[in-house]
Design a protein around this ligand. Structure first.
Ligand SMILES: Cc1cc2nc3c(=O)[nH]c(=O)nc-3n(C[C@H](O)[C@H](O)[C@H](O)COP(=O)(O)O)c2cc1C
Length: 343
C-alpha cells in the first residue's frame, strides 16, 4: 500500500521488520487498554496495542495486581508492555522477569505525570534527572531480549524542555523509536499538545518518532502527520468508547472514504466488548471496566444520555447487554419521546 502521507524516511531497526508499516498505535492507558479493548481496537485498524503501565517494583516483588496487568500471552497481533519505576535495579529485574511473557516491544514510561508515580521519581520525573533516566534505560536494555522503546513528554515544565536532549540520548542508546507526547509534565493533560515540538524531534532524530497528543479523528490524524512527518501516531483518550477512530485513521492511510458504523453495529461491538471484559476479568470487575467506554460510546447522538443512564442502572453485564441490544433493535439510543435530548 503506497503511503498517502508524506513521512520522514527513517532508520528502521532490523529487529522489527513490522515497524515500516506500523502507523496506528493504541497508547497505553491505565484502567483502559486491557486485552479485550486492545483486541477491539486492532479489529478496526490499530497496528499495535500497549498494556497499561505496570510498576517495575510491583513486578519485582511478585505483586499479583501488577502481574495481572501483563495479560498478553497468546494475544493475536503486535503488543507492547510498558513499565515504570525509578530504581534501575528493579527496572532491569522487572525486564528480566517479563521476558517469559509475550510482547513485541518493552516500553519505558517517562511521561506519567500522576503524583503517586512522580513522587517516587518515576514516569515524567525522570525527565528532570537525565543521568538516572540513562541508567534506567541501560538496565532495561541490558535485561530485555525484545527491543526497548520509550515514551516521553516534552520536558518537566516550560523552563526545562529537554525532549531533544532526551530523544538524542535514547537514539544513541539504541532504541528503535521514541514516542513523544507533546506536553510538559506541568501541563498534565491541559492545553494543547505542542505539535511543533513533535515536528522538531522528527527532524532531529534518525529513528522513528511516534507523535502523541490530541488526535481524535481522521482529520486530526492527517493534520498531525502532515505537520510533523512523524512515522506513526499514538492515540489514547480519543479511542475510549471509540475504537472506530482507528478505522478513520486507516481510511486516511489507505486514501479511502471512511464508512462510519451504523448505530446497531456500534451496539454490537460494545456488547462484544462487554462479553470480552467479563470473560477476562469476571462479572463484577469486567462490567465495571467497560463503563468508561459506555460513557463515551454514543456521545453526541440524540438520546445518548438516556441510554447511558439506562445501561448504568443495570447491575449485571447481561442486564447492560439487554438494554444495549434493545436500543440496537430500535436503531437509535432514544426511547420514544426521548429523541431530541442530547448526550
Ligand atoms: C486514563 C488514562 C490513562 C493513561 N495511562 C497511561 C499509561 O499507563 N502509560 C502512558 O504512557 N500514558 C498513559 N496515559 C497518557 C496517554 O497514553 C497519552 O499519552 C495522553 O493521553 C495524550 O494522548 P491523547 O491526546 O491521545 O489522549 C494515560 C492517559 C489517560 C487519559
Amino acid at each position: 500500500m503506497p503511503d498517502r502521507l508524506d513521512r520522514k524516511p527513517v532508520r528502521l531497526d532490523p529487529r522489527l521488520p513490522w515497524l515500516a508499516r506500523t502507523r496506528r498505535f493504541l497508547s497505553p492507558m491505565a484502567g483502559v487498554t486491557d486485552r479485550p479493548f486492545r483486541t477491539v481496537c486492532r479489529r478496526f485498524g490499530a497496528d499495535i496495542g500497549f498494556c497499561e503501565f505496570v510498576s517495575a517494583t510491583g513486578l519485582t516483588y511478585g505483586g499479583e495486581g501488577s502481574w495481572k496487568l501483563v495479560d498478553t500471552d497468546g494475544e493475536q497481533g503486535l503488543v507492547g508492555v510498558q513499565i515504570f519505576g525509578s530504581d534501575p535495579e528493579h527496572m532491569g529485574q522487572a525486564a528480566r522477569l517479563l521476558m517469559d511473557h509475550q510482547m513485541d516491544v518493552l516500553d519505558i514510561n517517562f511521561g506519567c505525570p500522576v503524583k503517586k508515580v512522580v513522587r517516587k521519581c518515576g514516569g515524567s520525573a525522570l525527565l528532570a534527572d537525565v543521568p538516572l533516566l540513562e541508567r534506567i534505560v541501560r538496565a532495561v536494555v541490558g535485561a530485555s531480549t525484545v527491543p526497548v522503546t520509550a515514551k516521553i513528554r516534552t520536558g518537566w515544565d516550560e523552563d526545562s524542555v529537554n525532549y531533544r536532549e532526551v530523544g538524542l540520548l535514547l537514539q544513541e542508546l539504541g532504541l528503535p523509536w521514541v514516542t513523544l507526547h507533546g506536553r510538559t509534565r506541568a501541563q498534565l493533560y491541559t492545553g494543547e499538545a505542542d505539535w511543533d515540538r513533535i515536528a522538531d524531534l522528527v527532524a532531529t532524530l534518525d529513528i522513528p518518532v511516534i507523535g502523541n497528543g490530541d488526535v481524535t479523528d481522521g482529520q486530526s490524524y492527517a493534520r498531525l502527520v502532515r505537520h510533523t512527518r512523524c512515522h506513526g501516531v499514538m492515540v489514547a483518550r480519543g479511542a475510549i468508547g471509540n475504537p472506530w477512530l482507528f478505522a478513520q485513521m486507516r481510511a486516511v492511510d489507505e486514501g479511502t472514504a471512511y464508512d462510519p458504523p451504523t448505530f446497531a453495529a456500534m451496539c454490537e461491538v460494545l456488547i462484544e466488548h462487554i462479553r470480552g471484559e467479563v470473560a477476562a476479568k469476571g462479572e463484577r470487575i469486567g462490567s465495571q471496566t467497560v463503563r468508561k467506554h459506555v460513557a463515551r460510546c454514543f456521545k453526541g447522538r440524540p438520546g445518548a444520555a438516556h441510554l447511558r443512564k439506562a445501561v448504568f442502572a443495570e447491575d449485571t453485564s447481561e442486564g447492560m447487554i439487554a438494554v444495549i441490544a434493545a436500543a440496537a433493535a430500535r436503531g437509535e439510543p432514544a426511547l420514544a419521546g426521548e429523541a431530541g435530548r442530547d448526550g
